[in-house]
Design a protein around this ligand. Sequence first.
Ligand code: KE4
Length: 427
Amino acid sequence: MSRSEQLFAAAQKHIPGGVNSPVRAFKSVGGSPIYFKKGEGAYLIDEDDQRYIDYVGSWGPMILGHAYQPVINAVKKSLDNGLGFGAPTEVETLLADKVCEIMPSIEMLRMVNSGTEATMSAIRLARGFTGRDKIVKFEGCYHGHSDSLLVKAGSGALTLGEPSSPGVPASLAEHTITLNFNDLASVEKAFLEIGEQVACIIVEPVAGNMNCILPVAGFLQGLRDICDQYQTVLIFDEVMTGFRVALGGAQQAFGITPDLTTLGKIIGGGLPVGAFGGKKEIMQQIAPLGPVYQAGTLSGNPLSMCAGLAMLNSLADQPEVYQQLAAKSEFLTQGIEAVAQAAGIALATSYIGGMFGIFFTDQQQVTSFAQATACDTERFALFHQGMLKEGIYLAPSAYETGFMSAATSQADIEATIAAAAKVFKTL
Ligand code: KE4
């Protein structure tokens, strides 16, 4: 029994499923989760001293590699001053200023402690600002686990949403309309019927929670136009894409200006963080300025702020990193496609900046939830297990995105492609 297996067995005594976030339990790929004790650059070291090339990066924050020295140094320096005061600190202002400088659509910003808090607060703010109750989201997009967002499509496109988890009251879920990502016609049709009742559309501008699915031409602009027409708030959930697909996030990459943006992951440098921000006119509705309540004991915690500021300063100081990340993602995905084809494995890939997707499908391109859920998840599970054996750590779910890091070398990527070639022969 490996040390990871021993630790996983022990964890199950007091932690539900042995994990503090479900995807970590390896349920959809089989086997026992790997316990890591150290991250360095592109690598993770597990409790059995096995080294892995890491393409999860703590689900996105580690864009410059694990234990990135400027971030570590910033946190170490802050540590000596204590862990937090429950009072404002200068570094919160410095980070807010930096985010607003990099993402000009954000005129004001509120820090929170997770992406879930960010999207939950942004939804409440949109409802408070518009006085409307309904919200629109998209099947397959994940925005954290707040009640209004754990809702799947009703039986018909316009049928009011149904809870996607026990514990979410039907009376709340019915205010959430769930439509089809990349299907602008479904949005136009819904708005013809209920547009004046919709407080906001919340969308992952690149869908990173049903694998990695890019917006088709015109989709995001179409959402922008619909929101303008119906005075609905357009929320870009950039918790994952922010500072990852481009320095200015997907809104910069695709040239679309949302009304509100939610952030997380990278802006905390790996420490707990979330944020929501956008138009001043809307943000001024947030307490204590306005009536929409939102709060948090550790919001703006100085350690997270110092880590996030060091991270954003490092990224802003080396904007060429985004072209490099895209080139690495392209080389990896094209290499994997080539070896899959040689092995007769039906596979498609996607990428944008430092995000990429691998789909076990004979479809040329995957642009919808229906296509994503038609992929061969069993084959992905076998692929994941095989890659683990080869020392490659991929996200333990067919519905997660791969994350490239600036620390991942050409040799690492070539080794990953070679590992895939070997594993494909066993599928
Ligand atoms: P958190 O509450 O997990 O910090 O953020 C929620 C969230 C919001 N919006 C988007 C676009 C997200 O991707 C996430 C969380 N991402 C997942 C990865 N698919 C976190 C991993 C996990 O749940 O353990």
